[in-house]
Design a protein around this ligand. Structure first.
Ligand SMILES: [Zn+2]
Length: 147
């Protein structure tokens, strides 16, 4: 039997598949550029927090060995502490999500109360904030008065 008589197959060029994904929709929103750094920070922070949370769940501080009762009590206290931390983290992750959502809707960086633009340095320092410094101060005063 003769072998090797099969014709050469022409495989498609490897670049053919690439062009598809390269065409991403480019949004021409001014906010996208303006807050690109903050968005990147938020996304990075979100990812880090979620990874941490997952780690925390998989191994809650390696508290498998507690030889006596007092250690068990402290382990429980620690558990509570971790849960509170996680609640706090969950709230922050939610806030980050909301901030990213506001970016998508192009309403990021606008004060919820007075609808003025929140100064960039404040956003950079507290990217999840929804209030300008004046309104935040007013709100804090109102909260204190309520107590
Ligand atoms: Zn305001």
């Amino acid at each position: 039997m003769k072998a090797g008589s099969s014709p050469k197959r022409i495989s498609p060029p490897p670049s053919a598949a690439k062009s598809d994904t390269a065409k991403r929709k480019v949004k021409t929103s001014s906010q996208g550029k303006k807050y690109a750094t903050i968005r990147r920070d938020l996304e990075r922070q979100r990812k880090a927090m979620l990874e941490e949370a997952v780690e925390g769940l998989a191994n809650p501080n390696g508290q498998e060995a507690f030889p006596d009762v007092s250690d068990q009590a402290s382990a429980e206290a620690e558990q509570n502490f971790l849960m509170r931390i996680r609640e706090r983290e969950q709230r922050l992750v939610k806030k980050i999500d909301e901030a990213l959502e506001r970016m998508n809707q192009n309403i990021y960086g606008i004060c919820e109360r007075c609808e003025e633009e929140i100064p960039y340095p404040r956003l950079k320092a507290r990217p999840v904030t929804t209030l300008c410094i004046d309104c935040k101060t007013l709100e804090e005063q109102a909260e204190k008065a309520r107590r």
